[in-house]
Every structure is written in C-alpha cells, then in structure tokens.
Design a protein around this ligand. Structure first.
Ligand code: FAD
Ligand code: NAD
Ligand code: NAD
Length: 522
C-alpha cells in the first residue's frame, strides 16, 4: 500500500525527489476527502485539463471544478522538459522545477502556484467555487449513464459534466519490456517531472546515454543533453539511434530531415540513423545494444522515445468507443464521447470539420481542445474549427512551427531564404518573453495575408537550389491543396499560415504565397 508523502503545504511547487519508478503520493491521502458530487469533473490534470478549467471558470465564475490526476503534481507544461530545462546548469538553483526561457528569464513549469487551487475538502462548501486537484488518484471507470466516476478504491464521484483528459503514455519496445530486471534498471521512458528529476541526476554522473527514437522527443532531448554535457559533464556521450534516415523524418521532407541530422551530429550527438535495436545485453555496468547492422552501442542509460499511446485504459470498462486507427476516445466535432462526457488533448480522437478524424499529440492542441471542451461543458455547443499549431526547437538556434497536416509522405513545396540572427527561437523569445509559442499568435503583428491571384506563373520549387536551409516555408499538399505548413526558423507568421489553410485554394505559384510570410524582407 502506498504511503502518502508529507504535504508541506507547497507540495506542487516542490520537486519530487522520488525516482520516476515510484508511484506518486496521494493528496489528499484518503478518498473520503474527495467530494462525491461535483458539477465539473476533469479526469487528468495535464494541459488539456488545465485549459478546460480556465474556460469553465471564465464562463461560469463560481463553477466548482474537481481535477483527478494520477500524477503527483499540479498541472504543468511538458515542452520545456526536452528543451529549456537542460540549458541551465545552475547547480546553485534551489528549485529544479523552474527553468530559464531562451531569453534567460526564469519561469515555473507549473501553470498556477499551489495557492491558486482550493483543497478538495473545501470545494463543495465554497460559495465562490474554485478548482481543486486530487493528486495521485486514478479514475478506473466511468458510468456515463449514471454519470459516476469510480476511483481505483471504489470511491464514487457523481458529476454533471465530465472531461476525459488522460493524455498519453510512452511506448517502449518488446526487447526492453521483456528484458530481465537487471537490464530494465538501465532503461527508462521520458514524459514528466519525475523522469526529468531522475535523468537530471543521471546526466551529471554518467558517461553515456542512448536515446532510441528519431521523433520530436528523441531529437530534442539528444540535442539538449549534448549541450548540457558540454556545460557540466564533458565526458558524457549521447547516442541517438533510430530507424529513419534522418531526424523528425515523419514530419520534415527528406532533405530537411537529413540537414537537421547533420546539425544534430555537429552539436556532438552520435547519431546512428537507419538502425534498429535487435538485442540488448548486460555487460558489467553497461547495457549493450546490438543493432541490425551488427554495430554495438554500450551505455549506462537508455531512454526510449518511440512514441506514445493514448491513455484509454478506462474505455472498455466504461463502455466507451476507442478509434481503431488513431487510438483515443472517439468524440464528435464538439468533443463529446457520450452525453455530458467529453475528451480532449492527446487522448482524444476527434472529428476535425476541415481535415476529418484526427488525434494530435501537441501542446497547443491540448490547449485548444481543452478550451473547447470546457466551453461546451458550460453549454457553448461549439464545433472544433480552430486549427492548433505546434513547435519544436533544437536548442535556442533552430526551430520550427507548424499547422495542419504535416506528414512527410505528402508532396511538399518549399521556399527558403537566408537567415539572420533574428531568425531563431532565442530571438523570438527575447521579443515575446514567452516560451509557449502558441501564445504568440494573438500578439503577432497583422500582416496582409491575401495571396495575390494574378501571379500564376508556374515555377514551383521542390526545394531551394541552396542546401543552406536557413529559414523557409514548407507547404504540404493533398489533392493539390495546401493542407499543412511548416515555418522553418520563421516566427510570428502563424496567422498567415492559418489564412492560407483556410483559403482552400489551388495555388499556381507557391513562391508568391511564400512572399506573404516576408521571408525575403531582410
Ligand atoms: P498529458 O499532459 O499527458 O496529461 C494527462 C494527465 O492525465 C496526466 O497527468 C496523467 O497522469 C493523467 N491521467 C491519465 N489517466 C488518468 C486516469 N485514469 N485518472 C486520472 N488521471 C489520469 N508539444 C508541442 O506542441 N511542443 C513541444 O515543444 C512539446 N514538447 C514536449 C516535450 C515533452 C518532454 C513531452 C513529453 C511532450 C511534449 N509535447 C510538446 C507534447 C505535449 O506536451 C502534449 O501533447 C500535452 O502534454 C498533452 O496534454 P494532455 O493534457 O492531453 O495530456
Ligand atoms: P514520435 O511519435 O514523435 O516519434 C517516435 C519515434 O520512435 C520515431 O522515430 C519512430 O520511428 C520511432 N519508433 C516508433 N516505433 C518504433 C519501433 N517499434 N522501433 C523503433 N523505433 C520506433 O514520439 P516521441 O518522439 O517519442 O515523443 C513522445 C510524445 O511527446 C509524442 O506525442 C510527441 O508528439 C510529444 N512531443 C512533442 C514535441 C513537440 O511537439 N515539439 C516534443 C517532444 C515530445
Ligand atoms: P506516427 O509515427 O505517424 O506519429 C508520430 C507523431 O507525429 C505523433 O506525435 C503524431 O501526432 C504526429 N503526427 C503524425 N502524423 C501527423 C500529421 N499528419 N500532422 C501532424 N502530426 C502528425 O504514429 P501514430 O501516431 O501511431 O499514427 C499512425 C497513423 O495515423 C499515421 O498514418 C499517421 O499519419 C496518422 N496520424 C495522423 C494524425 C494527424 O492527422 N494529425 C495524427 C496522428 C496520427
């Protein structure tokens, strides 16, 4: 049976020193202190849950909102965990759960401090309502007809409206999950604060880590850990092993993926592309990864970053439908799974009125869909119309933002220009003082975004003649329509990209469309 951690009254802001493998504390420690009747119940205290309660409170100021979160922490943002947190080797730092943004200003990982929330015990009685978070508590099942959520210990919570915002959990590979315990000790996945706290200790001491996976997490983390090594542990070698030919190959067109891999390698990452792990052995204090081309990589720690699967454990017991292709709770365009029951964020397979059925695993989607679900829980009845964006940074100097369907298997057309020092994640954060890049759009300067129809000369370029992809615009096409756009080292232009997607036109000359993004201006 789990022993609760001592609650020092500021638990959400204090780093948990526990190993990632230890289950989180339960706060409150007994389910009897969790209300058994609430108007708004949010299952999952991640970004989608956070965004939903903000929307509910803005429409219904006295709302009583209960969040049940399996995690031991108050709602926090994950993006800095594979980026900014690793670039600040300040060993004097009191609190590991703050980080320096690319412009150097300090910020907490937590969306709100402990004082913002009220205790679950007080929620029912408080005439002004509030938001309470029960941490370390998992919902095992929902009865959508009776509108009851059941905790693992059988405690029942009756709700009026409920949101499933259970997110996703990292996948691993059979070769690791079936390995003996002595090997498993060297293997980890990476998703949340406890993983960061543990890895932070490891990288100070160890001389080698291997990251398996060439997607967002593997690429950002390989880059970040290598930079960290150069700052405080020069003996640390970072390997990145993945099966694709280049980094983020499922998103970026081949040439740009390979260019990125070159940059990652120049940073000092030992990149091993086109490779899969076939076997794993314990050799002294190290594990040896046998690769399919006969190579062997021996390291102290392996971080598996091979994607995630949505947390839908409770679906079957609750009679909820999971989409067979996307995974995730199946919801309509209003994000409803059943009457009074919604799903948002990574765990939701929703109907996008423009692009059809989708499941999206990005921060801004969690914000947008969480907000929409929250509004609909209060009665807005609005469909999903606003496209979310996402961003990825490889350190402070290389970054991109994207919108729509960005899938490298689609045909792409790209236009590149020479970049200056101002075209970097660091420069844009210096201007905005906000690491969450989806927040920029509202403050972006307005730019004329109507492509001129008379310029129809046929001169589409597959990619630019130069191999210096300083900054550029990549258009992803389906049936000759632009369905996705990557803004490569181009920032504050999401409004333009959104307009191009909305226009739903066939463009004869995407070079002209690229000009709307002002990439040639300086
Ligand atoms: P989560 O954040 O996963 O939250 C779900 C919560 O639900 C968790 O606390 C979980 O414990 C809880 N839960 C699950 N099941 C239950 C249950 N049965 N009962 C109670 N609670 C439950 N996206 C970007 O766009 N840009 C980035 O730069 C970026 N960087 C990232 C870096 C890292 C290291 C990671 C891991 C992700 C990153 N992402 C990024 C992705 C983004 O963070 C996710 O898409 C986002 O967190 C999804 O939010 P969510 O609320 O749907 O799920
Ligand atoms: P991902 O889906 O981006 O990448 C998965 C990687 O694992 C790919 O390289 C893929 O080929 C590889 N892989 C999958 N199955 C494999 C197998 N059987 N054998 C070998 N390799 C395999 O996921 P991720 O990089 O693990 O990221 C985890 C989650 O965090 C995702 O939801 C991601 O979107 C999110 N994330 C997003 C950002 C961002 O948006 N900037 C940053 C970090 C993490
Ligand atoms: P995957 O390796 O295709 O996905 C890896 C990562 O990329 C995930 O974070 C996913 O959310 C993201 N992603 C995949 N396709 C995307 C797209 N077109 N636009 C933006 N982000 C995208 O593995 P998976 O997640 O198991 O997906 C299996 C299949 O479902 C693939 O064919 C994939 O293209 C499709 N899918 C599409 C979307 C989407 O349209 N947004 C989302 C998820 C999956």
């Amino acid at each position: 049976k789990l022993q609760p951690d001592k609650d020092d009254g500021k638990t959400g802001l204090k780093p948990s020193r526990k190993s990632a493998t230890v289950a989180p504390a339960k706060i409150p420690s007994h389910s009897s202190e969790i209300p058994s009747n609430v108007p708004y119940l949010l299952v999952g205290g991640g970004t989608a849950g956070f965004s939903a309660f903000r929307a509910i409170k803005s429409l219904d100021a006295k709302a009583k909102v209960l969040i049940l979160s399996e995690e031991g922490h108050l709602p926090y943002m994950r993006p800095p965990l594979s980026k900014e947190v690793w670039y600040d080797p300040d060993s004097e730092k009191k609190d590991e759960l703050t980080f320096k943004q690319w412009n150097g200003s300090e910020k907490s990982l937590f969306y709100e401090p402990e004082e913002f929330y009220i205790s679950p015990k007080e929620l029912d009685q408080n005439p002004n309502g509030g938001v309470a978070v029960a941490r370390g508590w998992k919902v095992a099942r929902i009865d959508p007809y009776k509108r009851i959520a059941y905790l693992e210990d059988g405690h029942e919570i009756k709700y009026e409206k409920c949101l499933l915002a259970t997110g996703a959990k990292p996948k691993t590979l059979d070769i690791f999950s079936k390995a003996p315990d002595a090997i498993k000790k060297h293997i980890t996945t990476y998703r949340g604060i406890p993983d960061y706290v543990e890895l932070n200790k490891i990288v100070k001491e160890t001389d080698s880590v291997a990251i398996i996976g060439g997607g967002f997490l593997g690429s950002e983390l390989a880059f970040a850990l290598t930079r960290r090594a150069s700052l405080e542990n020069p003996k640390l070698k970072v390997y990145q092993v993945f099966k694709e030919p280049g980094n983020m190959h499922k998103i970026l067109p081949e040439y740009l993926s390979l260019w990125t891999t070159n940059k990652v390698a120049k940073e000092g990452v030992h990149v091993i592309a086109n490779s899969e792990v076939q076997d794993v052995k314990l050799e002294g204090k190290e594990v040896s990864l046998m690769l399919n081309d006969g190579r062997k990589v021996s390291v102290n720690k392996v971080i598996v970053a091979v994607g995630v699967e949505p947390n839908t454990d409770l679906a079957e017991k609750s009679g909820l439908e999971v989409d067979p292709d996307c995974g995730g709770f199946l919801v309509n365009a209003e994000l409803e799974a059943r009457s009074n029951l919604y799903a948002a964020g990574d765990c939701s397979c929703f109907y996008d009125v423009k692009f059809g059925r989708r499941r999206v695993e990005h921060h801004d989607h969690a914000v947008i869909s969480g907000r929409l679900a929250g509004e609909n829980m209060v009665g807005a009845g609005k469909p999903y119309l606003h496209q979310s964006m996402f961003w990825s940074d490889l350190g402070p100097d290389i970054g991109f933002e994207a919108i729509g369907i960005v899938d490298s298997s689609l045909p792409t057309v790209a236009v590149f220009a020479k970049a200056s020092d101002r075209d970097s994640p660091k420069a844009i954060v210096a201007e905005s003082n906000d690491n969450i890049r989806s927040n920029y759009e509202a403050s972006a300067s307005s730019i004329n975004s109507s492509p001129s129809p008379q310029n129809t000369e046929k001169s589409m370029v597959e990619n630019s003649a130069t191999d210096d992809y300083g900054k550029g615009i990549i258009f992803y096409l389906r049936d000759e329509l632009v369905v996705g756009i990557v803004l490569w080292n181009v920032f504050r232009r999401m409004t333009v990209a959104r307009q191009v997607l909305k226009d739903d036109r066939k463009y004869d000359d995407l070079n002209e469309v690229a000009k709307l993004f002002h990439i040639f201006d300086e």
